[in-house]
Each structure stands twice: as structure tokens, then as C-alpha cells.
Design a protein around this ligand. Structure first.
Ligand code: ADP
Ligand code: ADP
Ligand code: ZN
Length: 213
């Protein structure tokens, strides 16, 4: 199954992707994660994208499109894949379609996680990521906030550079202007599945599981 996870920053895409990739046994492809690891390693790609990410702006379409076109040549996508954070513009969606057409593939489902804008800032500024295993959590889920340890592996948690209140505002504007039109785009293609992202994490997972059956 070839799946896209859509939704504004902080909707819970990464959180749900961790469950759904296990369930569907498909690789989780997150453009944000790929960019962050390139920034950390100081690669040429990392240097190209860091300024955009720090400012809360989308990386130029051609950079992301090239990255995904390459990623989709890996053998692990043969049995399906889950895209998280891509596409994020109509240009990217059209480029993806061309790449998949050439491979004789198509998107089967677009899971659109819906969350009211008013709660996204709190979700994003409270987000913490494990340095060791990459798991995402929120300060509200940590028993002893002072301890700052991953509940999955005990690793040290950190806050993403772009998860500040100021940058979040710009990311939400970028989403509204460039990414939100994708819901209509995929609705017209009859692959859009809307999911209520304001429920407990496990209930969101349950709804996605049911929708993908
Ligand atoms: P995205 O990948 O869409 O940007 P994340 O999965 O990283 O979003 O989630 C953003 C933050 O919100 C994280 O701190 C996460 O722990 C929290 N979160 C995710 N899903 C829920 C939910 N259903 N209810 C409350 N908080 C959630
Ligand atoms: P979130 O889901 O919280 O918005 P991501 O990890 O998906 O965060 O993305 C972080 C940043 O990486 C974005 O703000 C943007 O700068 C860049 N990025 C990731 N995916 C894309 C994409 N498909 N197109 C353009 N920029 C992207
Ligand atoms: Zn961890």
C-alpha cells in the first residue's frame, strides 16, 4: 500500500507514522527527518536546506522533488511506502504523480489528520524528540519533566530548533498557503481520508487502521 500522511505541522503525522509503518510493514519516509539528519551531518543538502527550515519556510520544491524521486528508487518501496511531510505543495504532488506513473505505481490513500489551528502551537512548542531513537513525545506525557528522558529507550530528549513559537507561526502560514490546497487536490482524486486528530493518540491510530483496512 502506498500512503501519504497529510496535515498541518503538529497534527500527529510522525506519531501515527510510527504505528502505521509497523502495521502495514512499509518504510516510513519523512522528508523532515531526512533534512534534519543532513543538517546534523553537515552534508551539501543539509547546508542547502537549513536556512529555510530555521525560518519556518518550505524548502524549494525542486530540492524536495529530487530527494523523493531518488528515495523511491530504493528496493524497500516495492512493497509499499508511507510518505510523511511530502508532498507539501501542488507542484510537489504533480511531480510525485509523474515519478509514480513512470514506475507503474499510484497513491492508494491520503490520510489527512485534522487538528484545529488553535491547539497546534501548544503541541509543537511542547514537542520533544529522542536523540537516540528518534521517538517523538510531548512534555505533557513526561512524568518527571526534570528528567527529560525518552520513555521508549531512556535516551536524551531535545527540542527541534524550529519548534519555537515564533517559527511555528510562519510554518502554519506556509501550510495554509501551500499545503492545505492538497486536501482538495486529493479529494478530487478520491483518495482522501479525513481523520479526527484531536482524539487521544491511540484513538487516532485506531481510526487510521480502520480506514486502511
Ligand atoms: P507532526 O509530525 O504532524 O508535525 P507529531 O507527530 O510530531 O506531529 O506531533 C506533534 C506533537 O503533538 C508531539 O509532541 C506529539 O507528542 C503530540 N501529539 C501527537 N498526537 C497527539 C494527540 N492525538 N493528542 C495530543 N498530542 C499529540
Ligand atoms: P512538521 O510536520 O512539524 O511541519 P517536518 O519535520 O515535516 O515538520 O518539516 C520540517 C521542515 O522541513 C519544514 O518546515 C520545511 O522547512 C522542511 N520540509 C520538510 N518536508 C518538506 C517538503 N515536502 N517541502 C518543503 N519543505 C519541507
Ligand atoms: Zn528514545
Amino acid at each position: 500500500m502506498n500512503i501519504i500522511l497529510l496535515g498541518p505541522p503538529g497534527a500527529g503525522k510522525g506519531t501515527q507514522a510510527a504505528f502505521i509503518t509497523q502495521l502495514k510493514k512499509v518504510p516510513h519516509i519523512s522528508t523532515g527527518d531526512i533534512f534534519r539528519s543532513n543538517v546534523k551531518e553537515g552534508t551539501a543538502l543539509g547546508k542547502k536546506v537549513q536556512g529555510y527550515m530555521d525560518q519556518g519556510l518550505l524548502v524549494p520544491d525542486e530540492v524536495v522533488v529530487e530527494l523523493i524521486a531518488d528515495r523511491l528508487t530504493w528496493p524497500d518501496v516495492q512493497k509499499g511506502f508511507m510518505l510523511d511531510g511530502f508532498p507539501r505543495s501542488i507542484t510537489q504532488a504533480k511531480a510525485l504523480e509523474e515519478t509514480l506513473d513512470a514506475m507503474g505505481k499510484k497513491i492508494d490513500a491520503v490520510i489527512n489528520i485534522e487538528v484545529d489551528f488553535s491547539i497546534l502551537t501548544e503541541r509543537i512548542t511542547g514537542r520533544r524528540v529522542c536523540k537516540n531513537c528518534g521517538a517523538t513525545t510531548h512534555i505533557k506525557y513526561l512524568d518527571d519533566k526534570a528528567e527529560n528522558k525518552c520513555t521508549e529507550c531512556g535516551g536524551e530528549l531535545y527540542q527541534r530548533a524550529d519548534d519555537s513559537e515564533e517559527t511555528v507561526k510562519k510554518r502554519l502560514v506556509e501550510y495554509e498557503e501551500k499545503t492545505h490546497p492538497l486536501t482538495e487536490y486529493y479529494r478530487e482524486k478520491n483518495v482522501l481520508i479525513n481523520i479526527d486528530g484531536q482524539q487521544d493518540i491511540k484513538d487516532v491510530t485506531h481510526d487510521i487502521e480502520s480506514a486502511l483496512k
